[in-house]
Design a protein around this ligand. Structure first.
Ligand code: F3S
Length: 390
């Protein structure tokens, strides 16, 4: 990989050990993936925030690099292991909370915005078409590539942080036109409903792995797109997709000679059944990825004027702090039935210490709840889940 004189000097440690460490990470990634150079980025989004996932090893790395390194571009953070202000109400132990706050402090010291959400594109960090960025969090980076038309590889936490510190990322993979083209056409016939889009994404990721799907026959809005992106990245490793007439420049894609796969409501029904492993949830958690303003309004209007059921399980509505601030009326309605939880989610919070069976409408959450949170799972639509609540 070609390095400029300035980049060589950073690698040699002339700008301090933090920047040197960051450049070492980028050079190592560039060599592995055969990048030709480093390309400037306009933003970064970092995963590796929850104490549950990064542990003491992650804290050591962050404390070391944050001694003298600062981010050069707008940089946002993925969800942490708890609501940073209401962690006691979530039943999080003090020892966990202390270590979580140490992580947030280290990121804050580097100039990272510590508003922890996996949908930063709804709240300000929204790259423009054609821009190169370095995003971790598989659902968010797929949304950025597919819906916003910016360019990022499927970064890990350290790679995205290193890119944020240097302001550049290795030029390979999805920064190149040839790797963004569709490789398979999906002719889909599903209900125009957010959970069905999530399940459609689940089936596509499961069957096709790391393909670049081109969808025909569906017209998801931004909420359907975010949940599809999340599910495809979790069950497969899809990092970019196209939807005919919906995502940018989809009508310019060349589909000649591509394999075609038909998916219909039967496939969606079977996926829902296969993800459901439990029966009686003691937690209902929605907002994977984090709820948008529109979803907060839709959920509040489903519940407004109703009474909480006496046998309702605990309920979490997971969203960003910014969206919660934008939705005071909806938050007041939802808080009568559960908690509007910010900065965290049902996967990266330590729910396994208090819950055994979780219900959700997100296929991504259904995929990870058994392995990362030791949960049995109930998969249901918003309407089905809210029936258990009110
Ligand atoms: Fe976001 Fe957590 Fe789902 S980070 S995409 S809500 S697993």
């Amino acid at each position: 990989m070609h390095l400029t004189r300035d980049e060589e000097s950073i690698l040699a440690g002339e700008r301090g050990p933090g920047m040197q460490r960051a450049m070492e990470i980028l050079v190592a990634l560039g060599r592995i993936y055969d990048a030709d150079s480093l390309v400037p980025i306009t933003s970064a989004h970092l995963s590796g925030v929850s104490y549950k996932t990064i542990g003491e090893g992650g804290i050591d790395f962050l404390e070391e690099i944050s001694k003298d390194a600062r981010v050069k571009v707008e940089t946002t953070l993925n969800p942490a292991g708890m609501d940073l202000s209401r962690w006691q109400e979530m039943g999080v132990e003090e020892a966990f909370a202390k270590r979580q706050l140490t992580i947030i402090k280290a990121y804050g010291n580097m100039g990272v915005t510590t508003n922890c959400t996996c949908t930063p594109y709804f709240t300000g960090n929204s790259p423009k078409p054609g821009e190169s960025v370095a995003w971790a969090e598989s659902s968010a980076l797929s949304y950025v590539n597919s819906v916003l038309g910016a360019r990022t590889n499927r970064e890990g936490g350290p790679g995205a942080l290193a890119a944020a510190i240097i302001g550049k990322t290795p030029h390979y993979g999805l920064h190149l036109d040839e790797n963004r083209r569709p490789t398979v056409v999906i002719e889909a016939e599903v209900q125009d409903e957010i959970t069905d889009y999530s399940l459609l994404g689940h089936v596509v990721g499961q069957r096709l792995g790391a393909a670049v799907p081109y969808f025909k026959g569906i017209k998801p809005d931004c909420n359907g797109l975010k949940t599809m992106a999340a599910a495809m990245a979790a069950s497969g490793s899809v990092a970019i997709f196209h939807v005919e007439g919906v995502t940018p420049r989809s009508l310019d894609c060349d589909l000649k000679g591509l394999e075609r796969v038909r998916l219909d409501r039967q496939d969606i029904r079977k996926a829902k059944e296969s993800l459901t492993t439990g029966k009686d949830p003691d937690l209902i958690a929605v907002g994977c990825p984090h709820l948008s303003q529109m979803e907060m309004k839709a959920l509040a209007s489903m519940l407004d004027g109703k009474r909480p059921r006496s046998d309702s399980p605990e309920v979490w509505f997971c969203t960003s702090r910014t969206v919660r601030t934008w939705c005071p009326k909806e938050t007041a309605v939802l808080e009568r039935f559960g908690k509007v939880v910010c900065d965290t989610c049902m996967i990266v919070a330590p729910i396994e210490s208090r819950h055994e069976c979780t219900a959700t409408n997100s296929a991504k959450a259904c995929t990870y709840l058994p392995s990362l949170c030791s949960q049995k799972v109930v998969c249901g639509s918003y309407a089905e889940l809210m029936e258990r609540v009110a």
